[in-house]
Design a protein around this ligand. Structure first.
Ligand code: B12
Ligand code: SF4
Length: 452
């Protein structure tokens, strides 16, 4: 039988969440693959900021959005999960209300199965709530859960209430799933290593495509000790750059998209094989579009040429991963960048036309053994070098090589309770990094930049 499937992007539950060009590209890619195989696919987005019923919802503030497709989510304050009871911060559910979720679900044809994604490990309560809400409306329908939480915490995810949890990339497991559940064979299933063979993600399923996320690659050639890229995305592989530009032109033409974001772990790595031809082609075609890179880019690859090309191709938001000025920690965590490379990269970017506030530089805060002094020195160094420091609180991730050290330094049982992997808790912080101190360090990041 040809199944009729409902794909669901669950709520977020957290102390804070901001839509920094976020879209469920994994789920939309799966939707597209299924449609290509004749499967009927519907999509329900719990994070839909444009749901028409939300404007009439009681006590919910309309999300504030920016033209390029970032902004706040609607949110409702909810009780904290019991492990977080002592944390002195409010906790929220982000997205549409449960009542609107259930009404929307009822308005859709009864599916044969529900496929749901998951993103941050510590957002699992939202995933559980979404599954429970599905069960209320459609008891007895198989619910299949995939995504990062399932991949990184498979034992924990076994308690999600889903009938089946499928870790790893969907394209590795979907064929077997459909055969088992529906005796349905996929006629079209490209080699998972050949990214160009996959159809474009089904962005048309979103209510409004205020911005389009792009992936030119999966995985990363580096192995930083705090990062799960290799666990969730598999080996480093990438697309043909000209096909990526074709995709951009396609969305521009068909959906009128002007704003695009890159989700790659390693967009700039080995630039002669991807970034340089991609940027040159974008400049040549002269589309009226602009680009945002919320995920960390590699500073090491910024030369006079790449900086000029990024500027001319209209890359507006640039964020680079620098993480720390501490040389020993730079080396011990994987050696992806050195101080001299930051200095050289910023000089090239400034020369190309970027202003200091446009050169965002991520710094990790709260790594095992990292003192407030190290974070402060890193902030001061980035500011002095001509970049804009942005603190990223460390989230310990199971399976990474820093996990053992995170376990021994964490204030919470991060291995038993994924809620404690939340970056907002700074679970592995040193005593010198009190929350007040972190606020002061964030304020230091925000001080007007010298030239501003
Ligand atoms: C882009 C990105 C972001 C973007 C937003 C992305 C988004 N979609 O919303 C930005 C830059 C905003 C971001 C922010 C953060 N991120 Co982030 N992010 C990523 C990144 C690089 C890619 C995510 C992605 O879209 N991948 C591509 C798609 C195709 O993959 P996917 O959705 O996982 O789907 C695949 C599979 O999971 C599976 N699948 C998915 N759904 C389903 C469903 C079914 C049924 C099945 C069978 C399979 C399946 O198949 C899909 C295709 O292969 C990942 C790392 C990575 N390589 O995945 C980190 C990652 C998810 N982020 C991480 C972190 C730590 C953060 C931050 C906390 C960083 C910080 N300290 O500030 C913040 C927090 C954000 C917040 N609070 O809102 C961690 C996760 C940590 C955790 N504990 O879970 C990751 C893994 C990176 C890391 N450090 O290792 N992030
Ligand atoms: S370079 Fe970035 S994506 Fe690659 S392993 Fe390091 S942190 Fe992860």
């Amino acid at each position: 039988m040809t199944p009729n499937l409902l794909l669901i992007n669950p709520w977020i539950t957290d102390f804070a969440a901001y839509d920094l060009w976020s879209k469920p590209i994994g789920l939309l890619g799966l939707a597209s693959l299924l449609r290509q195989n004749g499967v009927q696919v519907r999509f329900l987005d719990c994070l839909d900021v444009y749901h028409p019923a939300m404007s009439a919802a009681q006590g919910i503030r309309t999300p504030r959005r920016k033209p390029s497709g970032q902004g706040s989510y609607a949110r409702q304050r909810i009780p904290k999960p019991s492990p977080l009871a002592t944390i002195p911060r409010h906790y929220h559910r982000y997205g549409i209300t449960p009542a609107i979720f259930s009404e929307t679900l009822r308005s859709l044809e009864r599916p044969d199965a529900v496929l749901m994604t998951s993103m941050m490990t510590y957002w699992y309560p939202a995933v559980y709530d979404t599954i429970a809400a599905v069960r209320q409306v459609h008891p007895g329908i198989p619910v299949v859960l995939g995504g990062n939480y399932v991949t990184l915490c498979p034992d924990h995810a076994a308690h999600s209430g889903a009938d089946l949890c499928l870790p790893g990339p969907a394209e590795w497991s979907i064929s077997r799933l459909l055969r088992t559940l529906f005796n349905f064979d996929l006629s079209f299933l490209p080699d998972p290593l050949d990214l160009d063979a996959f159809p474009y993600p089904a962005h048309d399923l979103l209510r409004r495509t205020d911005q389009i996320p792009l992936l030119t690659s999966r995985g990363c050639p580096y192995r930083c000790s705090y990062c799960a890229s290799h666990l969730v995305s598999g080996p480093f592989r990438r697309r043909d750059p000209l096909r990526v530009v074709d995709e951009i032109a396609y969305w521009h033409r068909h959906l009128g998209a002007r704003f695009f974001s890159f989700y790659d772990d390693a967009l700039l790595a080995q630039p002669e094989t991807l970034a340089i031809p991609l940027l040159r082609e974008l400049i040549r075609r002269g589309l009226d579009v602009e680009f945002h890179c919320p995920n960390g880019l590699h500073l090491r690859e910024i030369t006079a040429e790449t900086a000029q090309l990024l500027f001319r191709a209209r890359f507006r938001t640039l964020r680079f991963g620098f993480e720390t000025v501490d040389k020993e920690r730079q080396r011990a965590t994987g050696g992806k960048v050195r101080d001299e490379e930051l200095l050289a990269a910023i000089a090239h970017l400034r020369e190309a036309g970027y202003r200091q506030e446009e050169i965002g530089v991520y710094l990790l805060c709260g790594l095992p053994g990292q003192t407030d002094r190290e974070v402060e020195q890193s902030i001061r160094f980035v500011r002095w070098a001509g970049g804009r420091p942005i603190l990223a609180e460390y989230s310990p991730i199971p399976g990474t090589s820093l996990w053992e050290s995170a376990l021994t330094t964490s204030r919470y049982p991060i291995d038993q309770e994924p809620l404690f992997q939340n970056n907002s808790l700074l679970p592995c912080r040193d005593d010198s990094l009190s929350f007040e101190r972190v606020q002061a360090l964030k304020a230091l990041c925000r001080l007007p930049l010298s030239e501003a």
